[in-house]
Design a protein around this ligand. Structure first.
Ligand SMILES: Nc1ncnc2c1ncn2[C@@H]1O[C@H](COP(=O)(O)OP(=O)(O)O)[C@@H](O)[C@H]1O
Ligand SMILES: [Mg+2]
Length: 249
């Protein structure tokens, strides 16, 4: 079950792109982010104070050795956990995210962010099509349009011929492409990807990276990719390198 060709879906259009053509305005701004954990009474400082921003339509990679705090930073930017200090602003003029209530924050996360991880977290008992539709159905969208969008997206990611397959009937690369389609069905402004290609061979790594770039071009979605793999990070517009809890020049 290898991928049929490098660009099986080249030219497939997806409707409803959100921010295409608006590259430039700041989408996310992180200020003075610090994070530490306590082991008993001793404080382990993971992130020592980082500032950066991502523009609308921009693709940024954060790279660095294993254990430097990349995932921790991604979780903070994705509002999955709060920083120990610092702020994250989103959109224009810039909403201070960690000032939102739990409920507002979770609504924000569902509407504005998409997540993909090293493990796909697809639901095993559902087909590719059902997995991709799921966030739209949960958000209360009508079944008809959700189905159409999921079909379009699966075609875009090169899996128009795998709609009825369950995750176990797909290759690792195909599973990740389904997970990407699911992550963007609600048209997030920012896609957060953590070691997305970590379990893939080099051909599938290339295909998945090529897909992210096409997705960015087609929809204008900003992408923050966290990876220890310097080679794949070069596919992004900008690369930030983390070391000892800081970005190095
Ligand atoms: N919840 C936690 N409690 C304590 N230490 C943690 C926790 N989460 C991550 N760490 C530590 O923070 C460091 C950075 O982890 P992580 O952000 O996962 O690094 P990376 O993604 O760059 O490999 C590691 O040393 C890890 O053990
Ligand atoms: Mg990590």
């Amino acid at each position: 079950m290898n991928n049929p060709s490098p660009n099986p879906s080249q030219g497939v259009k997806i409707t409803g792109g959100v921010t295409s053509g608006t590259t430039g305005s700041t989408l996310v701004r992180a200020e003075g982010i610090k994070k530490s954990f306590f082991k008993g009474k001793s404080e382990i400082i993971i992130i020592r104070g980082v500032d950066f921003s991502i523009a609308a339509g921009e693709m940024v990679a954060i790279t660095g050795a294993s254990g430097v705090g990349k995932s921790t930073l991604l979780h903070i930017l994705g509002t999955l956990e709060p920083p120990s200090a610092g702020k994250v602003f989103f959109g224009q003029p810039g909403q201070d995210l960690f000032k939102l209530s739990e409920r507002a924050l979770s609504q924000f996360r569902n509407r504005s962010l998409g997540f993909v991880f090293q493990f796909h977290y697809l639901l095993p008992e559902f087909t590719a099509l059902e997995n991709v539709m799921m966030p739209a159905l949960i958000a209360g969208h009508a079944r008809g349009p959700a189905l159409k969008q999921a079909q379009e997206l699966l075609q875009f990611v090169g899996l128009g011929h795998r709609l009825e397959h369950r995750p176990s009937e797909l290759s690792g690369g195909e599973q990740q492409r389904v997970a990407i389609a699911r992550a963007v069905i609600l048209r997030p402004k920012l896609l957060l990807a953590d070691e997305l290609t970590g379990n893939l061979d080099s051909v599938n790594r290339g295909n998945v990276m090529e897909l992210l770039v096409r997705l960015n071009e087609a929809t204008g979605v900003s992408i923050l990719l966290v990876t220890h793999d310097l080679e794949i990070s070069k596919k992004m517009h900008r690369v930030l390198v983390m070391k000892d809890g800081l970005f190095v020049k």
